[in-house]
Design a protein around this ligand. Structure first.
Ligand code: PLP
Length: 420
């Protein structure tokens, strides 16, 4: 592509010349993923941006930096290009990157005054739950959890409520929340809505289009997509949020390195390809598991049997289910544990959203810290297995899980399938 053609497509992405602006509506997701925030290097013509490791930037006179940058914690070229790209994909005016998804959450919570009240869905990400209950409390921020937020959110709103925190789909049971329904109630009371969109990525769902005020991601998962960077990002439209969160990004300093920003930006350029493939693969695996007599139930928003399928059809691109699913296996915890050891392509590991497929046992791993009764109340039983589908071939993934179910459950029946 000629430089001028590229400039026409991404006229708003030169970080030195212009502040972030909404993407041109003529450009579709894949085009933005590849080109937004990716200007050619003006001095060499390099098509791929260099990694800018310098921590400081020369000034021609006191307070007059040569370009747009002064000191790398405050802002640097790689981070700014990544932020521009995420803003384009989430249909946001602004995005701010942080050193992890957790640091993103922490910075947003730190923006609240002491005495503020937050309402959160119950089955929120474990680290978010930990921050809400063990850290925010120390700063005088109180959090109420509710399992049915669309139903009772208005009952929980008080004059001190400042924020509602939604995760959809939830982890690990893949329940969905109708974002628009919660936003309608929240905005009537002047309360902001944050959506953690990590599980779907901006390719499948754009919460700001549904009225949310802030969308957050653990970039560690789908956006980077290669299981080699820990990072987070928040995107939003309001100037007031840009001022406040931008101030805290610099003041707290939980920022990603230039190298991680560059890697995550490289990963983001193929997000649409990976998210599509992962979703196709998850659908194949979920369908096969649902038909298996050794499986009790499957949680996957792409299946017609999912209790919130109507929300998926309304709120996800083409009604896609995303790459994550969970299922209950017959034979209890022992069978679930054996399953995780019997897969050959799926690796037993925490995390999700990478090109490689993973399995894990929430009751013993990601959700082990939650007391059993609370865990089971939201569907996290000992026999629940969580699956992150990568971009391998669907047929191989399907065969791998069916074989592992057979060996895990069959092994228990004749007593020779003991876990190694
Ligand atoms: C992993 C994850 C986080 C935390 O992100 P880190 O990058 O690990 O700090 C937050 N929310 C969800 C849904 C996650 O999966």
């Amino acid at each position: 592509m000629s430089p001028s053609a590229a400039a026409a497509i991404v006229a708003d992405t030169n970080p030195v010349a212009t502040p972030p602006r909404p993407p041109s509506p003529v450009n579709k997701f894949g085009t933005l993923a590849v080109h937004a925030g990716s200007p050619h290097d003006p001095s060499t013509g390099a098509v791929i941006e260099p990694i800018s490791l310098s921590t400081t930037f020369a000034q021609t006179a006191v307070g007059k930096p040569v370009g747009a940058f002064e000191y790398s914690r405050s802002s640097n070229p790689n981070r700014e290009n990544f932020e521009t790209a995420v803003a384009a994909l989430e249909h946001a005016r602004y995005a701010l990157a942080f050193s992890s998804g957790s640091a993103t959450t922490a910075t947003i919570l730190q923006s609240l005054a002491a005495g503020s009240h937050v309402i959160s869905v119950s089955d929120v990400y474990g680290g978010t739950h930990r921050y809400f209950t063990q850290v925010a409390k120390a700063h005088g921020v109180r959090v109420t959890f509710t399992p049915e937020i669309e139903v009772d959110v208005s009952e929980h709103i008080t004059p001190d409520t400042r924020l509602i925190w939604i995760e959809t789909p939830s982890n690990p049971t893949l329940r969905l929340v109708d974002i628009r329904a919660v936003v309608d109630v929240a905005h009537r009371h002047g309360v902001l809505v944050v959506v953690d969109n990590t599980f779907l990525s901006p390719y499948v769902q754009n919460p700001l289009d549904l009225g949310a005020d802030i969308v957050v991601h653990s970039v560690t998962k789908y956006i980077n997509g290669h299981s080699d960077v820990v990072m987070g990002v928040a995107a939003f439209n309001a100037d007031a949020l840009k001022d406040r969160l931008g101030f805290l990004q610099n003041a707290i300093g939980a920022v990603p390195s230039a190298f991680d920003s560059w890697l995550a930006h490289r990963g983001l350029k193929t997000l649409h390809l990976r998210a599509r493939e992962a979703s196709t693969n998850a659908m194949a695996v979920a369908t096969a598991l649902e038909a298996d007599p050794n499986v009790i139930s499957v949680n996957y928003p792409g299946l017609d049997s999912h209790p919130h399928r109507a929300i998926a059809l309304k709120q996800h691109r083409n009604g896609m289910g995303g790459g994550m699913l969970s299922f209950r296996i017959k034979g209890g915890h022992a069978a679930a544990e054996r399953f995780c050891q019997e897969t050959r392509i799926f690796t037993l590991a925490e995390s999700l959203g990478g090109v490689e497929s993973l399995v894990e046992l929430p009751s013993s791993m990601t959700h082990a810290g939650i007391p059993r009764d609370q865990r089971e109340a939201v569907g996290v039983f000992d026999d629940l297995v969580r699956v992150s589908c990568g971009v391998e071939d669907a047929e191989d993934l399907r065969n791998d899980v069916l074989r592992a179910v057979e060996r895990a459950v069959g092994g228990q029946k004749n007593g020779n399938g003991s876990a190694q």
